[in-house]
Design a protein around this ligand. Structure first.
Ligand code: PHE
Length: 371
């Protein structure tokens, strides 16, 4: 074995091992394995050898070439790993350090009020149910005791879906944007039976628009079904809920006899407000100048016909239902006077009226401390 080559090999391997960066490594690679490198030069000598010599020298030179290539590869990986470790150490983030800036963004008043309501009703044993916003005619109207010819349908300004072929008005499959959350009453009774205690928050749609009406708005439906439920339960529940929500005992409520096809009897609830420098704030004499009533919710005892439509035994079960306008609740509690601003997406409005994302409403802390 040629000792000069052996010496060169060990020198090269030592230099590779000692290399502190990839540039040094590359210099070593070029010196040995590059076009003019010494190993390449040795490989070229094979052509001039006799077959016997080549049989001995060939594997030896190839082995040297492989040893050097392997050493370079191994060292390269080691250098890269070390570089990565150093980078990770240098760029380490201490997540326990206090944030340098307050997080941006805020909770929309509608979301805040929905959270508050879920909290209040959870405390009274209600669970949250939901239904589709694209609803069918049967759930939105018929099963709620509004057959095709019912005049109450006209009051809903319904958005119907076009292009459904030759559909007949009132047919169970005619699709629409739900005009209220009441279809969730039907879905809940059909799916879960009785007894039942649910609220159903969500978006509803009516072709209607002014300062206090938008084509899309939010409602929360409430439904209680059990044995022996009567109007007293309804009244207590609404009063308890509204006092908890407005966080005051002196809110002025006006309960009016009303009519909904799906409740009998029906009660409509308004809350009194007064005008304070252009804002609506709670309280005062609704009938006096500068005062008013805001219609907040419709309610009543669930009509027998509705129980029957939902497949319940109307002789055994009774219940009450209510539907609250969430946006209106927000307007009154937080003193806004134009509903349209809710949906403008104006950041300044949100910064003014929005809520701290970290301030989750709880009953014990008060349900809605403004940010
Ligand atoms: N769904 C009715 C509305 O949107 C409100 C309501 C709900 C009335 C439940 C009675 C019972 O106007």
């Amino acid at each position: 074995m040629d000792t000069t080559d052996e010496t060169r090999l060990s020198e090269t391997l030592a230099a590779i091992d000692a290399a502190g960066d990839t540039d040094t490594l590359e210099t070593q690679r070029v010196a040995a394995l590059g076009k003019a490198g010494w190993v390449s030069a040795l490989l070229k000598t094979l052509g001039r050898m006799s077959p016997e010599e080549r049989q001995v020298a060939g594997p030896r030179i190839q082995a040297m070439r492989a040893a050097i290539a392997d050493a370079i590869e191994a060292k390269k990986t080691a250098l890269e790993d070390a570089a990565m470790e150093a980078q990770l150490a240098a760029e380490r983030l201490d997540l326990t350090l206090p944030a340098r800036a307050r997080p941006k963004g805020s909770i929309h008043p509608v979301s805040q009020v929905m959270d508050e309501l879920a909290e209040i009703f959870a405390d009274m044993g209600f669970s949250v149910a939901s239904g589709p916003e694209i609803e069918d005619d049967w759930h939105n109207f018929t099963a709620l005791n509004m057959p095709e010819s019912h005049p109450a349908r006209a009051m809903h300004d319904t958005f119907y879906f076009p292009d459904q072929g030759p559909v007949v008005a009132g047919s169970p499959t005619r699709m629409l944007l739900r005009t209220h959350t009441s279809p969730v009453q039907i879905r809940s009774m059909v799916e879960r039976g009785a007894p039942l205690r649910i609220i159903a928050p969500g978006r509803v749609y009516r072709s209607d628009s002014d300062a206090t009406h938008t084509p899309m708005f939010h409602q929360i439906e409430g439904l209680v079904i059990d044995e022996g439920i009567h109007l007293g339960h309804l009244k207590w529940t609404l009063e308890t809920f509204l006092k908890a929500f407005f966080e005051r005992e002196d809110i002025v409520l006006r309960l009016r006899p009303s009519y909904f096809p799906f409740t009998e009897p029906s009660v409509e609830v308004d809350v009194g407000w007064q005008d304070v420098s252009g804002r609506r704030v709670l309280g005062g004499d609704g009938d006096a100048p500068g005062h008013g009533w805001m219609e907040l919710l419709g309610s009543g005892m669930v009509n027998r016909r509705v129980l029957e439509f939902a497949g319940l035994d109307a002789d055994r079960w009774s219940g009450f239902a209510f539907g609250v306008g969430v946006d209106r609740l927000a307007m009154l509690k937080y003193g806004m006077d134009d509903l349209r601003a809710f949906f403008d997406g104006d950041v300044r409005w949100l910064e003014h009226y929005g809520f701290d994302p970290l301030d989750v409403p709880t009953l014990s802390a008060g349900t809605g401390a403004p940010a």
